[in-house]
Design a protein around this ligand. Structure first.
Ligand code: NAD
Length: 296
């Protein structure tokens, strides 16, 4: 029989993830303080209850999908004392590596098992059940969580011990933020030099400038017809989320004394763009910010 699941945080991501567990036959009990989230989850077949403690009840697995690390730690303090002995805690929120390690150690100290399992793939991936999970925790706990994660995702990678899922996620997104800015700067420079966007794409996509930001999320309309650039920069991966993830990466860069000048600068540029009103756009829209700031 399938393990029973408590799902806490039924928002944009957690809602469809919980719905996919229900579809796969899991008994899911959930809680979210926002009424609209609770109502949608009820329609999706989640047994929604009035508190996190009640949702956790005697669940075998407790999944959390919350906005930040502070909320995860506070919620863990609330639910760890009454959760079933040896329950498996799976935090899929994107949070600081240090917070993830702290959350897992608090869970273990209370007699439970814990992994961090942040995701990429966005709301579309959560809905389609095609998320990528990056997991930090022991081999055994990873193995126990794997079947459940494979219901919600398509790619599940064990990245090492506690916190390493979060570490992998922020390192990847730091690469992504820096590379999108690099690609965007190159297109704007090319435009100034009279180089056609398509010509630069044809050269760089077959040369050493090739990368995902260019060939799968090309920031100029035209060369790759499916990218957000062709649809008024509707996300995709929103600037607000890139700002958040690069903020977490910057924290880790500073805490660990890494000389990551480009990563820190990318975080600053996305933060400025987000604060300036770009938050709801796809992160490739940073090219328009770069073009606007460029002088004649
Ligand atoms: P969201 O704000 O839509 O959902 C979070 C939900 O958590 C809200 O409904 C909120 O009411 C609920 N919540 C807050 N405190 C709670 C508590 N104590 N108990 C139960 N529920 C509580 O956010 P989201 O877009 O679903 O993102 C969730 C996490 O996933 C974030 O950490 C985000 O960085 C990460 N993430 C999001 C995306 C995306 O595209 N949206 C992609 C990858 C990762």
């Amino acid at each position: 029989t399938l393990p029973s699941v408590a799902f806490l945080g039924l928002g944009h991501m957690g809602g469809p993830m919980a719905a996919n567990l229900v579809k796969a036959g899991y008994a899911v009990t959930g809680f979210d303080p926002v009424p609209a989230a609770a109502e949608q989850a009820t329609k999706d077949g989640v047994t929604v209850v009035a508190s996190a403690v009640e949702a956790v009840g005697s669940a075998d697995v407790v999944v959390t999908m919350l906005p930040n690390g502070r909320l995860v730690l506070d919620l863990y303090d609330e639910i760890l004392p009454t959760a079933k002995a040896d329950a498996l805690f799976v935090d899929s929120s994107t949070i600081d590596v240090a917070d993830a390690r702290e959350a897992a150690s608090r869970a273990q100290a209370a007699g439970h098992r814990a992994i961090d399992a942040p995701v990429s793939g966005g709301v579309a991936g959560a809905t389609a059940g095609t998320l990528a999970f990056m997991v930090g925790g022991s081999e055994d706990d990873f193995g126990s969580a794997q079947p459940l994660l494979e219901v919600m995702g398509r790619k599940v990678v064990h990245c090492g011990g506690s916190g390493n899922g979060q570490a992998a996620k922020i390192c990847n997104n730091m690469i992504l933020g820096v590379s999108m800015i690099a690609i965007s700067e190159a297109f704007v420079l090319g435009e100034k030099l009279g180089l056609d966007n398509q010509a630069l794409f044809d050269v760089a996509s077959n040369a050493s400038g090739q990368c995902w930001a260019l060939t799968s999320n090309c920031p100029v309309p035209g060369p790759v017809p499916t990218t957000p650039a062709n649809h008024d920069y509707q996300p995709g991966f929103a600037v607000a989320l890139m700002d958040k993830d690069l903020g977490l990466a910057s924290n880790a860069v500073r805490t660990n004394g890494v000389d990551a000048e480009l990563g820190l600068r990318a975080a600053e540029l996305y933060h400025r763009f987000n604060e300036g009103g770009g938050g709801g756009l796809d992160f490739s829209a940073i090219i328009n910010d770069i073009r606007t700031r460029s002088t004649e």
